[in-house]
Design a protein around this ligand. Structure first.
Ligand SMILES: *Cc1c(COP(=O)(O)O)cnc(C)c1O
Length: 391
């Protein structure tokens, strides 16, 4: 049957809603209906929809310079890289356009490092449940069961072990291993945090075996955990980090950051048409500038506490499972209730919540949302769960 959307490739089941406007925590459709958004493009819109920080950076930069060429320096590119270096443990930055592309870059960088420093070692240890992107190589790095049979043959060189199982990591290390790569909190897997001892153990293993520790912070970076970067919560320093999603707050930009000892690319080995594009780097700079203000992280952590408390109360009321995560990347274990049904019923009530797993709801709202917005979302969940448990 022909529909109004026939010219769009069907890569996801989409509802028949067309969104036209966004403001803060709210999305407004073509009929004028307002939706409370706890998905925010999957943890992308750091400051909510159309925040003044982004619209000002975009409009200002759009009249100055949109694209010079990745072969030239430009002001926002340099300022943004300086800002990232200043607020992290890394020394240099390569900008790209998507999380997957930043992760591809990290894998290439580690392979080059292995060639220079470790007899051509090239293998990565990655984790069951991991999500690193949708290019062939990042799909190979991912530990999503559904990806395994797709688009074979994929890139070789990824050994997968269980998350939070240090002994399994150690057992998987061989002469060809060059790096361990993980998300500090597995997002797509349903917000599963790494244990602190595990992360510290990985750092130790990496040091003992001369491996790079690569953190994929595409989802956890840029304030999402209540820290500027997620690794800060674990008391370790990674060698390499990737950022995406929240770095652009809604515009496409990602970054690969590394300690100077790992910055082994030579001219011709890495690049990309839009890397360091001033329009996008000016936006990332504006977001980082806002997040670095002293009031910001305490505000994120206050909202995190509130959301955790309200979800805990809900869990107690309906006999659900635990709240997990950190900052404003939280999940509620829905116990016996189907999270997809909850998500659909919330959508009918114009509240957007994502269900990454059958028994997990994920909350990744704007980091600057209000107390009232949290309370409103939780009261909708209460309504939906009341209805589901009565039936
Ligand atoms: C979303 C995500 C990616 C992929 O980012 P894209 O911009 O979609 O390519 C990679 N890693 C993690 C942890 C993510 O959450």
């Amino acid at each position: 049957m022909k529909t109004a959307y026939d010219s769009i490739m069907q890569i996801a089941k989409r509802p028949d809603i067309v969104f036209e406007l966004g403001e803060g925590s709210w999305l407004i459709d073509s009929q004028g209906n307002r939706y409370l958004d706890f998905i925010q493009g999957w943890a992308v819109n750091t400051l909510g929809h159309c925040p003044p920080e982004i619209t000002e950076a975009l409009t200002k930069q759009a009249t100055r310079l949109i694209n010079a060429s990745p072969a030239f320096y430009n002001g926002p590119m340099v300022e943004c890289a300086d800002m990232l270096v200043k607020h992290s443990v890394f020394d240099q930055v390569f900008f790209a356009n998507s999380g997957a592309e930043a992760n591809e870059g990290a894998i290439k960088l580690a392979r080059k490092w292995g060639k220079v420093n470790k007899n051509g070692a090239y293998k990565f240890i990655t984790f069951n449940g991991a999500f690193h992107g949708r290019t062939l190589t990042t799909m190979a790095a991912s530990g999503k069961a559904a990806f395994a049979p797709m688009f074979e043959p994929k890139t070789p060189g990824f050994t997968k072990v269980d998350y939070n199982d240090l002994a399994a990591v150690e057992a998987a290390i061989d002469d060809q291993t060059v790096a361990i790569m993980l998300e500090p909190i597995q997002g797509e897997a349903g917000v599963i945090p790494a244990e602190k001892a595990f992360m510290q153990g990985l750092r130790k293993l990496a040091d003992e075996h001369n491996l790079l520790l690569v953190v994929d912070e595409v989802q956890t970076g840029v304030g999402r955990t209540g820290h500027m970067f997620g690794y800060e919560a674990f008391g370790i320093e990674p060698d390499v980090m990737t950022l995406g999603k929240g770095l652009g707050g809604g515009v496409p930009i990602s970054a690969l950051l590394a300690k100077s000892s790992c910055c082994v690319f030579e001219p011709g080995e890495q690049g990309g048409t839009y890397n360091g594009n001033p329009l996008m780097t000016s936006v990332a700079l504006a977001i980082l500038t806002r997040l670095a203000e002293p009031d910001f992280m305490p505000m994120v952590n206050a909202r995190s506490e509130q959301l955790t408390k309200e979800l805990d109360a809900l869990s107690a009321k309906f006999g659900l499972g635990k709240v997990r995560g950190m900052g404003l990347i939280l999940a509620l274990d829905t116990g016996t209730l189907d999270a997809n049904v909850i998500s659909a019923k919330c959508m009918e009530r114009r509240v957007l919540i994502n269900a990454p797993q059958t028994h997990a709801l994920r909350f990744v709202p704007a980091l600057n949302l209000t107390e009232a917005e949290i309370t409103q979302m939780v009261s909708t969940l209460d309504e939906v769960m009341t209805e589901m448990t009565a039936a």
